[in-house]
Ligand binder design. Structure first.
Ligand code: 6YU
Length: 498
């Protein structure tokens, strides 16, 4: 059976590709993807640091186990290492918090003992877990995760650490600052003061120990693309405006206007552009404008920046078993996760580095993580400036004035005009309703005009796996299924038997 309805998908990231894949398999023969850039993959983007494969965008399969469609596809395409496929790996359930072996360095050039850090780490982990619970309790005593954590650390430190000497207590509070910065990266937020406490628990994790793609995440994209008909994706084709409820051409209610002037008519459009792009352009992208509840949710949900800075060294300055390096600023016992002066101290926002493993494949490559406005400012600096600042930082924290990186490569997601940031988090005052509003098709329910003219997919539209590749992929399938079930039940005149 084939379906002739014209479906235009805007964006060739994982959600657009997965929607097209599903529709084509179900017999839709008039599907086209319009993609602004010259490549497919969007925020899945594999690059090179010298000879080494590095991920500029998505890094891990979060929760690689049976329920994760990215894991299942990657396994099917043979893209994973044997270890990731083992039942043991799939069964590990750490609630999204990786158990990496850490090394700690301080701003006065000291190596710190992991045992001295542990009480602060444990308290922070406990508070993150508690933060997730307000969602189901139906009340939020503080509006943001940052406010909650700070107030509770003050209270609990006064009780639990009352016999601890002042220097140790101060160090532990510096650890809290560092862990708040880690969370800014995890959430893609400028500060944890901007992440809503009541909605924090909406995000759900899957079992499985996070794994990577040894040949690059883009292998997933190229395998999926190879199963689509040739010419289905038009690259370098930015969309400027989606005219819905369009009466100009009878029968096709949507007209998509491209930057190059081409006008593409469609029965249905699936919009997969990132939330960052919607925040900036939704007032001109849709004609007529979006319903108010939808545009309010677009503004309420958060979309911040998380960037990576890859640095390669001739020799490691960290332990052989180390998986993550934390940099603790000794003047940060006020539990801060943002800096007062971007130009002078943006680098203080970088929480540290993850170590690329295995060493046989990567040599000595670290990935620095930096979120927020400090990260956006970093994007405006030249590569030599960033390299210089990173070099000074490492020399200071190790106390070794000779360490010199061999190469550097950083991402610049905020200055990507088709993304404007990295991924979605629930902002203050957000609730499940905002994610429901994000995925609601146009025209809204109850309207008398032709249904399902504009559908919405993309990571920001997933109710519990937002900010991830598997979430994005599932939203593409969800919107494809919406159309498939529409044509199998409601509108048989659109279906021609082939
Ligand atoms: C994951 C991970 N990961 C790191 C970094 C980033 C992201 N993610 P796309 O943007 O891909 O596609 C849209 C397309 O639309 C695009 O090609 C545009 O060019 C195009 N477009 C835009 N405007 C257009 C126009 N006008 N016309 C035509 N085309 C247009 N996810 O699973 N594992 O390790 C990471 C990470 C630096 C930037 C990530 C990770 C997020 C994913 O990359 C992302 O969700 C999907 O790729 C998006 O696909 P898409 O199709 O929706 O959009 C509470 C709380 C919770 C805490 N959350 C924790 C979760 C942890 C998130 N982890 C992220 C971590 C890393 C490191």
């Amino acid at each position: 059976r084939s379906v002739n309805a014209k479906v235009v998908i805007i964006g060739s990231g994982i959600s657009g590709i997965s929607a097209a894949h599903r529709l084509v398999k179900a017999g839709f023969n008039n599907v086209r993807i319009l993609e602004a850039t010259a490549r497919s993959g969007g925020r899945i983007k594999t690059g090179r640091l010298g000879e080494k494969i590095v991920e500029i965008g998505a890094n891990w399969i979060h929760g690689p186990s049976q329920e994760n469609p990215v894991f299942c596809l990657a396994r099917q395409y043979g893209l994973l290492e044997p270890e990731a496929l083992t039942p043991e790996n799939q069964a590990v359930d750490i609630g999204g918090h990786p158990l990496w072996v850490p090394n700690f360095f301080s701003s006065s050039g000291q190596r710190l003992n992991a045992e001295d850090i542990l009480p602060a780490q444990e308290m922070f982990a406990e508070l993150l877990n508690e933060s997730s619970e307000f969602h189901s309790q139906g009340g939020e005593p503080w509006s943001s995760v940052g406010d909650f954590i700070r107030s509770q650390v003050k209270q609990r430190a006064a009780e639990k650490w009352k016999d601890v000497d002042a220097a140790t207590r101060s160090l532990r509070l510096c650890v809290i600052s560092n862990l708040l910065k880690v969370e800014c990266c995890v959430n893609g937020a400028h500060s944890m003061d901007e992440v809503g406490l009541g909605a924090f628990g909406l995000y759900k994790t899957l079992p499985g120990l996070d794994c990577t793609f040894p040949g690059g995440y883009e292998g997933l994209i190229s395998n999926l693309m190879s199963e689509l008909p040739c010419g289905l994706v038009s690259h370098s084709k930015p969309v400027r405006c989606i005219h819905w409820n369009n009466t100009e051409k009878r029968g096709t209610p949507v007209m998509v206007e491209c930057d190059d002037g081409e006008k593409v008519v469609a029965d249905h459009v699936i919009v997969t552009v990132p939330l960052g792009y919607l925040k900036k352009h939704s007032s001109t992208l849709f004609q007529p404008s979006l319903p108010l509840h939808k545009s309010h949710s677009i503004q309420r949900l958060g979309f911040g920046t998380n960037n990576k800075i890859f640095v390669e060294f001739d020799e490691p300055w960290w332990d052989a078993d180390c998986e993550v390096i934390h940099l603790l600023w000794e003047d940060e016992d006020a539990m801060v996760d943002h800096v007062p002066d971007l130009q002078r101290s943006w680098i203080k926002k970088l929480f540290g580095f993850t170590v690329l493993k295995p060493t046989e494949r990567y040599g000595h490559v670290l990935c620095g993580w930096i979120a927020g406005h400090e990260s956006e400012y970093m994007e405006t600096l030249s590569e030599p400036e960033v390299t210089h600042t990173i070099t000074q930082l490492i020399r200071r924290f190790t106390g070794n004035p000779t360490i010199t990186p061999r190469r550097m490569l950083r991402s610049q997601w905020f200055h990507d005009p088709w993304t404007y940031g990295s991924y979605t988090h629930p902002g203050k005052g957000c609730s499940q309703q905002d994610l429901d509003n994000m995925m609601e098709p146009l025209p809204p329910k109850g309207s008398s005009s032709q249904p399902l003219q504009v559908l919405f997919a993309g990571e920001a539209t997933h109710p519990c796996y937002f900010s991830t590749v598997h979430g994005a992929l599932l939203t593409g399938w969800r919107e494809a299924d919406r159309l498939i079930s529409h044509y199998s039940s409601v509108n048989p005149s659109e279906i021609s038997k082939s």
